[in-house]
Design a protein around this ligand. Structure first.
Ligand SMILES: O=C(O)C(=O)C[C@H](O)C(=O)CO
Ligand SMILES: [Zn+2]
Length: 279
């Protein structure tokens, strides 16, 4: 069996106040998504979002269903967003093969019975994916970097100059709940999502990559007046509860993928927090 999963229950913010480093990491950090010839995933009770990674070898990897879904196939009642953070690869949906290059995305709709991950020309793709419950079947669509909706935020002076590429958002592709995109920090900038925000209407997961060797990212979470931090390495993900801020600062610049699901598809639905109010 090449599909592995663990389950993470949701927590009350009052309880998280008493968590030490180890418990915070156990509940929120996702460390080993990419293992040779495996699909690894976490089923989170935040939004019932699944956060996963697929690293196919010379044999393809099939996205098999997992027991907590009690479903005949993985996407029986779910939708899926995939972004390749490795070398070019192929995602096969039914009988159709989609070539997915570095930083390209594909949305796969509810009802697709067969999804598999493949190498292309012996190269090593790394498919990062998120899945959310879906009430409706929307068509599968590949989204290239050129099709992304781009927003530039911050400045070098405040060390938060970054480019946001929205990939799986409802102006580009029909989705039920899922939204995914990528934020790239410019050289010299280290702060993402600063000023920070919360959005109680949906949860979020962050996947940090392009973090250089020997460097790390400090991810911040918690209620705005009671924050915590988790040190993270390259290719690691972190769950962000709806009540939590989610921002980070690196020891260098880096890129990350954000993925949200909840009760609306308005990217701008955020309750901003004044920097001076953070504690
Ligand atoms: O750097 C940022 O700002 C972000 O990328 C913010 C995320 O997209 C987000 O948190 C959306 O709610
Ligand atoms: Zn957010």
């Amino acid at each position: 069996m090449s599909v592995n999963y663990t389950v993470r229950y949701a927590t009350n913010p009052e309880d998280v106040k008493s968590y030490g480093t180890e418990r915070l990491r156990e509940d929120f950090l996702i460390e080993n998504l990419f293992e040779d010839g495996e699909i690894n995933m976490v089923y989170s009770f935040y939004g019932r979002q699944i956060v996963g990674g697929a690293k196919p070898g010379s044999s393809a990897l099939e996205l098999e269903t997992i027991d907590p879904l009690k479903a005949n196939f993985f996407l029986e009642r779910r939708e899926l967003g995939i972004i390749n953070v490795g070398e070019p690869g192929i995602v096969k949906v039914g009988d159709t093969e989609y070539e997915i290059d570095f930083k390209e995305a594909i949305y796969v709709g509810r009802g697709e019975e067969e999804v598999s991950f493949h190498q292309k020309d012996g190269k090593q793709p790394l498919f990062y994916f998120n899945s959310a419950p879906a009430h409706q079947a929307y068509p599968t669509k590949k989204i290239s970097q050129d099709e992304a909706e781009i927003v530039e935020l911050g400045s070098l002076e405040t060390a938060n100059h970054r480019v946001i590429r929205k990939l799986i958002v409802n102006s580009i592709v029909d989705t039920c709940q899922l939204q995914m995109g990528m934020t790239q920090l410019e050289t010299g900038s280290v702060w993402n999502t600063m000023p920070a925000h919360v959005h109680n209407r949906r949860m979020e997961a962050y996947f940090y990559f392009e973090v250089p060797d020997e460097q790390a990212v400090c991810h911040f979470m918690g209620e705005p007046d009671n924050t915590r931090h988790i040190w993270m390495k390259n290719n690691q993900a972190v769950l962000s509860p709806p009540w939590s801020i989610h921002c980070g600062s690196g020891t260098s610049n880096y890129t990350f993928i954000w993925a949200m699901n909840g009760e609306n598809l308005d990217y701008g639905d955020m309750d901003h927090v004044e920097i001076q109010d953070l504690k």
